[in-house]
Design a protein around this ligand. Structure first.
Ligand code: UDX
Length: 482
């Protein structure tokens, strides 16, 4: 009797994030969404990231539920003793480009014909900063789509950098940071010099950041498409401009919430996924349980930002003087100089005991979802911004670098979800802004935040924009890998 033709194993996709906490978090969410859609996934991380995932995350147990998933590692080419702290991200990017590219190509070409249930990698999803992945994909004839884990509004500004330079708006002449920028369509009425990505203030056109980011438009057009961790209702007008450069974009965010929504329909309930690179201190959740509703401002500046001890003290005095309760993440490597524990004067520990709680790293998604949290003093890294929007938590922006200045301006001026404390770190300003957010203008910001959270939920429900774009992405992967 004729054998029935065996069904082909599912398409095999390789996912390669930037080796930083923010991008790793969002790309693991994407990987799980694609596993739930029936694809086979190879997730590629650097050896350094893998070691930290093994120490602090639940990735191994989490993805043991998906037989089509495997984790692979690649060297980042840095010396063993390199700190790999996010503030040295350009050294990391350069090393990946020059030293990891051969390993990446080797992995794809020498990929032993996988067992009969897994075909060789036929599709690549890589962070758009890793341009060498597109070189290799084109060399060996595999389709590639870039993921951008920054906001669309910042990506659009990167696309417009050559125009800013051509129009003489960069480098800045004079030091008036409140001058409006004219060469970024869609932002002329509110984008100031101080809201551009931090590196634009260096005014050095040969600055390595300027060189890298002013090629973003050209670089991103090389891939078959762009996956953006955002949603149409949030960044629609800017997305229209981006589509004029890269027509094929998949807005499927907020990714962390998209996964939550998909899993809520599953029978097997899985514990919250954590791809944390630091040890989470879960005692803060018990502390939150004993706080009144919406009474706590959560304070965290992501995985890269650093602050001086003077800034730490100004923030602390402002928080204490505001009389708000606060949960503050002071990441172990975040205070410039010695380890912060040895420097924090007794007054901070005393004052904090009254209404505050300090941890080295928190389960942030759960903290923002907690009923006691009513505000977020954030650096506006993109993952934190989306997590706060989805939970309906108003924000105060204190940006550190890169896309955070832009995100803070859109959050306060366009989406009206809070206040922008950009460029100041003074205890009186901190106190006033916290009081405004948590008391004086609480109703105004809570209403806006609840409306935006509603829109975020709608885009993820069946027929919503992000829901439909994820389906389109899976269909396109299947059709390009037949
Ligand atoms: C980096 C860049 O700094 C940011 O500007 C860019 O948008 C993304 O890449 P990062 O600084 O780490 O990201 O900030 P963010 O994007 O907010 O990502 C931080 C992640 O760590 C979030 O997913 C957040 O939930 C998580 N986090 C943060 C914790 O789990 N616990 C914490 O205590 C703090």
């Amino acid at each position: 009797m004729d054998q029935k033709p065996q069904p082909l194993p599912p398409p095999h996709v390789l996912i390669f994030p930037l080796p930083l906490q923010g991008p790793v978090n969002s790309m693991f969410k994407l990987a799980e969404l694609l596993c739930l859609s029936g694809l086979h996934i190879t997730f590629l991380v650097t050896e350094h990231i893998n070691a930290r995932l093994l120490s602090y995350s639940n990735i191994q147990s989490r993805f043991s539920n998906y037989p089509g998933f495997q984790l692979k590692t690649i060297p980042d080419g840095l010396p063993e003793d390199h700190p790999r702290s996010g503030d040295k991200y350009m050294e990391l990017f350069d090393s990946l480009k020059s030293k990891s590219k051969p390993f990446f190509k080797e992995m794809l070409t020498s990929c032993s014909p996988c067992d009969e249930t897994r075909r060789p990698v036929k599709f690549i999803i890589a962070d758009g900063y890793l341009g060498f992945t597109c070189d290799v994909a084109n060399e060996i004839g595999i389709p590639i789509v870039y993921v951008r884990t920054i906001s669309a509004c910042c990506l659009w500004i990167f696309f417009c950098l050559p125009k800013l330079i051509e129009a003489g708006e960069l480098p800045f002449v004079g030091d008036d940071l409140d001058t409006l920028i004219k060469s970024v369509p869609g932002t002329e009425s509110f984008l100031r010099r101080r809201d551009l990505p931090g590196f634009c203030r260096s005014c050095d056109l040969n600055d390595e950041n300027m060189r890298l980011y002013s090629k973003e438009g050209e670089e991103n057009s090389r891939a078959h498409g762009l996956i953006l961790n955002t949603f149409e209702e949030l960044e629609g007008p800017i997305l229209t401009h981006i589509r004029s450069v890269c027509p094929n974009i998949y807005t499927i965010g907020p990714l962390h919430a998209h996964l939550k929504t998909k899993l809520s329909k599953q029978t097997t309930s899985l514990a919250a996924s954590s791809s944390s690179l630091w040890k989470e201190d879960r005692n803060c959740m018990t502390w939150l349980d004993s706080q009144p509703s919406k009474s706590v401002i959560y304070v965290s500046f992501g995985s890269i930002a650093k602050l001086t001890k003077i800034q730490l003290m100004e923030l602390w005095h402002g928080l204490v003087n505001s009389c708000a309760r606060f949960l503050w993440v002071v990441r172990p490597d975040s205070v410039v100089g010695k380890d912060w524990e040895s420097q924090v004067p007794e007054e901070v520990k005393e004052g904090t005991r009254v209404r505050g709680y300090i941890v080295g790293w928190a389960p942030q998604e759960e903290v923002l979802a907690h009923s006691a949290v009513g505000g977020f003093l954030t650096h506006n890294g993109w993952n934190s911004t989306l997590e706060s929007i989805y939970e309906g938590v108003p924000m105060i922006s204190w940006p550190y670098f890169l896309d955070q200045q832009v995100n803070g301006r859109f959050m306060s001026e366009v989406w009206k979800l809070g206040l922008d404390m950009k460029d100041s770190c003074d205890r009186n300003i901190v106190e006033k802004m916290v009081r405004d957010l948590m008391e004086v203008r609480k109703e105004e910001f809570s209403k806006r935040a609840e409306d935006m959270a509603q829109w975020a939920g709608t885009c993820l429900s069946e027929g919503g924009s992000s829901y439909c774009n994820l389906e389109r992405l899976v269909r396109d992967i299947e059709s390009m890998t037949k």
